[in-house]
Ligand binder design. Structure first.
Ligand code: HEC
Length: 284
């Protein structure tokens, strides 16, 4: 039974990973050919008019040569980063005002894209392809660092109710399975009444000493890591603590301590079973 529980827990874990992948997968890109056609047609005319009349020229110069705002002609920043151009126009960045209507600006989406393509294709700038919401979404839709970060964090805010239930169930199954396997190992499948004399072997002695030294080693590493963390906090500028290393050392101490206890119980501690249960079977 305990091993079945562990296998089931592993299968559920795989299921959970699939569910979680599904929750955090990037949004599908919806290409709108009509909008792309409008942008294609409008950028040389509407784009140019907006650049001249909406204030862009006032800050960036009539020929993108720069002024209050940076030079846009031959700007390597924008040539390689279409998303930057569109976001800057949509949201602005002080002193540049926001132009997107969703950010309190005056330009409709097609106009934002028209002027963006105008900037990317004027005064010697040459964009490889037309910038549209679809081309931007395509870049953003790839599994990027943001999505990876969300997945690796695995915080409750991002997991849904079914997943929380599943995680809890997996933990219960695992605990049941591990305790079951452990008891089986430490006490045998059947409990016979009487005194249980145990005898340690040289191998067991070696395992015991190795585990104890492990506990000591990881405790020292843990304390050193914590001290380094405290020193880092007081340094200027402060350094973040290495939480992963601290967690790893602490986990090793706990695991090895459990091993020490297990070995002690199986090979060094005489036990006594007073009453046999109904079938003489171990309750697991
Ligand atoms: C009030 C002045 C001002 C106006 C008006 C203005 N900009 Fe800007 N713009 C700036 C400044 C300043 C920056 C730099 C912001 C930063 O990165 O700190 C900038 C940045 C940009 C960038 C990014 C360039 C880069 O190298 O980072 C683009 C593209 C751009 N503006 C296009 C436009 C367009 C198109 C318009 C008109 C729709 C416009 N700007 C209107 C001042 C202005």
């Amino acid at each position: 039974m305990p091993s079945v529980a562990i296998v089931v827990a592993a299968l559920m874990w795989i299921m959970l990973l699939f569910m979680f992948n599904n929750d955090t997968k990037p949004e599908a890109v919806v290409a709108d050919p009509a909008l792309s056609a409008v942008i294609q047609k409008e950028w040389p005319t509407t784009g140019k008019a907006i650049f001249a009349n909406a204030g862009c020229a006032g800050c960036h110069g009539a020929n993108g040569q720069g002024g209050v705002g940076p030079k846009l002609a031959g700007d390597a920043n924008i040539a390689g980063d279409h998303a930057l151009v569109v976001t800057r126009i949509l949201k602005g960045k002080a002193p540049m005002p926001a132009y997107g209507k969703d950010y309190g600006g005056a330009l409709k989406d097609n106009e934002v894209y028209a002027v963006a393509n105008y900037v990317l294709n004027s005064w010697g700038n040459k964009s490889t392809d037309l910038v549209t919401p679809a081309t931007l979404a395509e870049g953003a839709g790839k599994v990027g660092p943001d999505i990876i970060r969300v997945r690796s964090r695995f915080v409750p805010a991002e997991i849904n109710l079914p997943e929380i239930f599943l995680v809890t169930f997996i933990m219960l199954l695992l605990t049941y399975g591990i305790i079951g396997l452990y008891s089986h190992w430490a006490e045998g499948a059947e409990l016979k009444p009487g005194i249980h004399k145990v005898r340690s072997t040289p191998m067991v002695m070696v395992a015991m000493i190795a585990s104890l030294s492990g506990v000591l080693l990881f405790s020292v590493l843990f304390v050193k890591q914590i001290l380094a963390g405290i020193a880092g906090m007081n340094a200027s500028p402060p350094l973040p603590p290495q939480v992963t290393a601290e967690g790893f050392y602490a986990a090793m101490v706990v695991l090895l301590l459990a091993l020490v206890l297990g070995i002690y119980k199986k090979y060094f501690m005489d036990g006594e079973v007073v009453v046999e249960d109904a079938g003489g079977e171990f309750p697991w």
